[in-house]
Design a protein around this ligand. Structure first.
Ligand code: NAP
Length: 326
């Protein structure tokens, strides 16, 4: 089969469409014929040599895919050959075929195109596990989500809106109109506007009950200043660095909680638990149309290097998909 391989770590040009050995589904795994995968920020880090795949994962990038079940390995029951699925992966989505632990499969929600479904598993699992499972986000609260135009952001805005949560989001101005259509009540042009002041103003001085952060060090003290009493700061990305100095008095004053998680490194059992949570609590919202895949564009998988350039420049809004023509 063919897959996108990473030669030496480096820029997008190191990605190459290469013939590689076929994967074999092991015990508890399912072989999926990939129709599409999606670019995640982490793929750029993996390509640059800063985010190696966990032990046992395929070496090719790709944290999610959609496609058709080709075969099942030993100890798998209840998965039909020929079923249309999407899947959370530890890697290997940028390939014609991938072996997936059965607990990481999701059905393609009715009404969602098979290709578009490739962009749902990684964001749905990340956002559900951080905001619903951990932070307990609920109706009536106010959420500040950074990077509203990202794959994560566009999904979060829709989910929180569907849950009856007020959404404030940071993004560059060109993306604001679309983010308001998705449900954001207030869009904050972060290069020009102070998001702490904007959040306080929008909440009558209280601050946000929950903040979903993808920036890390550069935003830590400002996030704590924007947090309401008993608020929850969920850090999932470190685009603004990993080291900083912080006066912890701000955390005490807010009686705040900070969580920081990574989905890829979780155990198989924990990933399966998260996938079940997504299926039970998120998929009905996708089926009802309250959450739709937000797809910026589709590119043929052999053009993965161009897809990485687009994402690296933040030209996209939502997901960039990589497709395989059959
Ligand atoms: N921990 C986990 O398990 C996990 C899982 C999935 C994703 N993530 C993280 O979540 C983040 C989003 O992932 P993705 O794949 O959805 O990303 P993406 O689509 O590549 O989007 C990145 C976004 O960052 C925004 N951005 C850059 N600098 C910013 C700043 N200073 N303030 C606010 N926004 C800023 C850009 O928006 P503008 O164009 O508006 O600047 C862009 O929309 C990444 O950091 C990724 O590593 C973590």
């Amino acid at each position: 089969m063919y897959a996108v391989t990473i030669g030496e770590p480096g820029g997008p040009e190191v990605l190459a469409w290469t013939e590689v050995p076929d994967p074999e589904p092991g015990p508890g795994e399912v072989l999926v014929e990939v129709h599409a995968s999606a670019v995640n920020r982490a793929d750029l880090l993996q390509r640059a040599g800063q985010y190696p795949p966990p032990a046992g994962a395929p070496p090719y990038p790709g944290l999610e895919c959609s496609g058709v079940v080709l075969a099942t390995g030993p100890e798998v029951s209840g998965v039909a050959v020929g079923a249309e699925v999407c899947a959370l992966l530890a890697g290997g989505g940028y390939a014609e075929r991938v072996a997936v632990p059965a607990g990481q499969l999701l059905p393609v929600p009715p009404g969602v195109d098979l290709i578009d479904a490739a962009g749902l598993p990684e964001v749905a699992c990340t956002v559900w596990s951080n905001l619903v499972d951990l932070a307990g986000l609920r109706a009536g609260q106010t959420l500040l989500v950074h990077g509203g135009g990202s794959g994560i952001g566009t999904f979060t805005i829709q989910l929180a809106t569907a849950l009856g949560v007020r959404v404030l989001t940071t993004a560059r101005a060109a993306k604001h109109a679309r983010l308001r259509e998705l449900g954001a009540e207030r869009t904050i042009d972060y290069p020009e506007q102070d998001f702490v002041a904007a959040t306080r103003e929008a909440t009558g001085g209280r601050g946000a009950d929950v903040i979903l952060d993808i920036i890390g060090a550069d935003y830590l003290s400002r996030n704590l200043a924007a947090l309401a009493r008993d608020g929850w700061l969920a850090i999932i990305g470190l685009q603004g660095g990993r080291r900083t100095e912080q006066d912890l008095g701000a955390l005490l004053t807010a009686r705040g909680t900070i969580s920081a998680t990574s989905l890829r490194s979780r155990s198989l059992a924990d990933k399966a638990r998260i996938v079940r949570g997504v299926r039970d609590q998120i998929w009905p919202l996708v089926e009802s149309g309250a959450i739709r895949p937000v797809v910026d564009r589709r590119l043929p998988m052999p053009e993965a290097a161009e897809a990485h350039r687009i994402v690296e420049r933040n030209e996209h809004l939502g997901k960039v998909l990589l497709t395989i023509t059959r």
